[in-house]
Design a protein around this ligand. Structure first.
Ligand SMILES: Cc1cc2nc3c(=O)[nH]c(=O)nc-3n(C[C@H](O)[C@H](O)[C@H](O)COP(=O)(O)OP(=O)(O)OC[C@H]3O[C@@H](n4cnc5c(N)ncnc54)[C@H](O)[C@@H]3O)c2cc1C
Length: 636
């Protein structure tokens, strides 16, 4: 990689949109290296980025457990987990730098869980047979973000990063084919601002909220990535969405948010449904031999820790077949009883209690479970009103993460020179299904270790570029176009709220482009979304004015972008005549109901180009597997 010397770095300005794990780690590291950084987020503090919600853990190939892990195995698990739809080179690099991330975070003081002897602890996540997940109780994202945030604050304190909270990027400014800055709206005053950068980095997160109901933070949205897309950045694999198997089931149409129960719970929770259809007995009344531990039955090698796409489909299959539990019958049990007792037995031995009775084991075991998962159990109890220490949790799959995102090359650069995408905002590493605990790894890999090197390849050729004055016609034009859109929203003065349209879109997406998809449903969805777009632009009601604090106006912009993205997701899903990972086309499945890939025709990244009039043109990046033999995924 070409380098930029320290003196030259001081005269180069970089705009970073996002202060989650990807954005904060990138902004802090680039500033530490000497670049002048401007960092933007729409929350009131960088610390409130959605990354803070991450619960379960972060992967790294440290092999501390001496259980056969290695960089190659993490690389292999990730490629296989993604159902052979990720680019080998990027994933291998991710596995390589994973080990440095843990060192970096420990050096920052991130309180990762430790064993009694002081060594870092690990647990298992889906799609692997080793224990490589580092964690901080059920709050790993929070602790990692506090680490990145501290690094960022240090640079802010030294004046090397200028932080713009409560600012929303609403366009990329492209001059002579290169990204040269952004237009941002001050969300408090409503004022539009122009910001120059020699390069622009988007760490703006994922777009799961296109489904309206998801486990994402309410504010997560696609606008930054979508504006870049409309300016020429290709969008990679938009239809690859992750549906997480262990979420609190939907309880009614009053909800605006769903809650994740971390995958870490599958270390000790066993998933089951009654063997009898429409069994209305309480879980505790169903004897052991009348329970179907269907993941352990179908996938003995990985059991409850099969990857998310596999576990989600299996839950749906059981519920669709009439074995679901709870009032809605759209739920399965996640049961800790067996492992509570097992832990209790170990504790009893430690306490010199020989031949302990069941009650003693349960009492002692509950302490262990509480220590490991206490905050998650509390969350479950508060939301459902049930005590998960006494009765199994009820769970069902929900939208959680988006593998698709802005297409990037090996250097994380989009198809617009000088515009980069990091973290969940890019499509790069997870193929058609992300393995648990790999998003935090990727976000921090991108920010701490990848972009600081790869950006040199571009910036080393930009040394002669002087800061471009903000009255350059491209800035003026971009700002005018943003203003035009905001004024249009206000002036429609229709009859329906923004949420009305968002909910409608979400329902179409969930029913026709969700856990299972087929050609007929997708064709219908495209027509329905096109109609919804027309209705939105003629009948949405946005109260207030543009040049003031106006959250409804913010939402309108985001939902307008979600509607266009939703159409592209359906087009992409319709184009991909195969099943892979989270993209399950009902027409393409094995006799056992598993995803059936078509490697001959679809071993490519679908990179979509935006065309005038909300049209999209497909470009294909062929995927070559030189280090891993491509095969039918098996977790049996
Ligand atoms: C409930 C939950 C639990 C999870 N648990 C785990 C886990 O245990 N392990 C794991 O590996 N992954 C987990 N994930 C996934 C992981 O948390 C995310 O993929 C990851 O945190 C995304 O980080 P990011 O930095 O890319 O984006 P985010 O954290 O979403 O940050 C986006 C940033 O961009 C800013 N932004 C966005 N748009 C704009 C704009 N237009 N203008 C200005 N700023 C903008 C936001 O303000 C924010 O600062 C979980 C996800 C959820 C929903």
């Amino acid at each position: 990689m070409p380098l930029v010397n320290p003196a030259n770095k001081r005269s180069i300005e970089i705009v970073v949109v996002g202060s989650g794990l990807a954005g904060a780690s990138a902004a802090a590291t680039l500033a530490e290296m000497g670049y002048k950084v401007k960092c933007f987020c729409f929350q009131d503090s960088p610390r409130r980025a959605h990354s803070i919600a991450a619960q379960g853990g972060i992967n790294a190939a440290k092999n501390y457990q001496n259980d056969g892990d290695s960089v190659y195995r993490l690389f292999y698990d990730t490629i296989k987990g993604g159902d052979y739809r990720a680019r080998e080179a990027n994933v291998h690099r991710l596995a390589e730098v994973s080990t440095s991330i843990i060192d970096q975070c420990v050096a920052q003081g991130v309180p990762l869980a430790r064993e009694y002897g002081g060594l870092l602890d690990n647990r298992s996540f889906g799609g692997t047979q080793v224990q490589r997940t580092f964690y901080a109780a059920g709050q790993t994202g929070q602790q990692l973000l506090l680490g990145a945030y501290s690094a960022l604050e240090r640079q802010i304190g030294m004046g090397k990063v200028e932080m713009f909270t409560r600012h929303e990027m609403l366009d990329v400014v492209v001059i002579e084919g290169k990204a040269r800055g952004i237009i941002a709206r001050n969300l408090i005053t409503g004022e539009l601002e122009r910001h120059f950068g020699h390069a622009v980095l988007l760490g703006s997160g994922g777009y799961g909220n296109v489904f309206y109901l998801s486990t994402n933070a309410m504010g997560s949205n696609v606008t930054a990535a979508w504006k870049a897309h409309k300016k020429g950045a290709f969008f990679g694999n938009p239809c690859f969405t992750q549906i997480h198997p262990t979420c609190i089931p939907v309880s009614g149409d009053h909800q605006s948010k769903l809650t994740l129960m971390s995958e870490s719970l599958r270390n000790d929770g066993r998933i089951w449904v009654p063997k009898k259809k429409d069994d209305n007995r309480k879980a505790s009344e169903i004897p052991e031999d009348e329970r179907d531990y269907y993941l352990e039955r179908r996938y003995p090698a990985f059991g409850n820790l099969v990857p998310r796409d596999v576990a989600s489909r299996a839950a749906k299959e059981r519920c669709d077949a009439g074995y679901g539990v709870g009032n809605s019958k759209l739920a399965v049990y996640l049961d800790f009883a067996a492992n509570t007792e097992r832990y209790g037995r170990i504790e009893a031995t430690k306490h010199n209690i020989h031949n302990p009775d069941k009650a003693t084991c349960v009492r002692l075991g509950l302490e262990v479970i509480k220590e490991k998962y206490g905050n998650l159990f509390d969350m479950y109890a508060q939301i459902t009103g049930e005590n998960p220490y006494e009765t199994p949790m009820r769970i069902y799959p929900a939208v959680h993460y988006t593998m698709g995102g802005l297409w990037v090359d090996y250097n994380l650069m989009t198809t617009i020179p000088g515009l980069y995408a990091l973290g969940e905002a890019n499509f790069s590493d997870h193929g058609a299904n992300r393995l648990g605990a790999s998003a935090l790894m990727q976000g921090l890999a991108d920010g701490y270790f990848v972009i600081p090197y790869t950006i040199g390849a571009y910036l080393s050729k930009e040394l002669a570029t002087k800061p471009i004055p903000l009255d350059h016609p491209a800035f003026v034009e971009a700002e005018a176009s943003v203003k035009g859109i905001l004024d249009t929203f206000i002036n429609i003065k229709g009859t329906k709220s923004v949420d009305f349209f968002h909910k409608k879109l979400g329902l179409i997406m969930w029913e026709k482009c969700g856990m299972a998809r087929n050609a007929q449903g997708l064709t219908e969805a495209i027509a329905e979304i096109q109609q919804l777009r027309k209705d939105f632009w003629s009948d949405v009601r946005v109260p207030g004015v543009a040049n003031e604090f106006n959250p409804e106006l913010e939402k309108a912009g985001r939902v307008a972008d979600f509607i266009e993205l939703g159409e592209l997701m359906c087009i992409d899903a319709l184009n991909r005549n195969e099943s892979c990972g989270g993209h399950f086309r009902e027409e393409y499945q094995t006799e056992e109901g598993e995803a059936l890939r078509d490697d001959e025709n679809y071993a490519y990244v679908a990179a979509w180009e935006f065309k005038e009039g909300v049209k999209f043109e497909l470009h294909k990046e062929e995927l070559k597997f030189e280090n891993i033999k491509i095969a039918q995924r098996s977790y049996k």
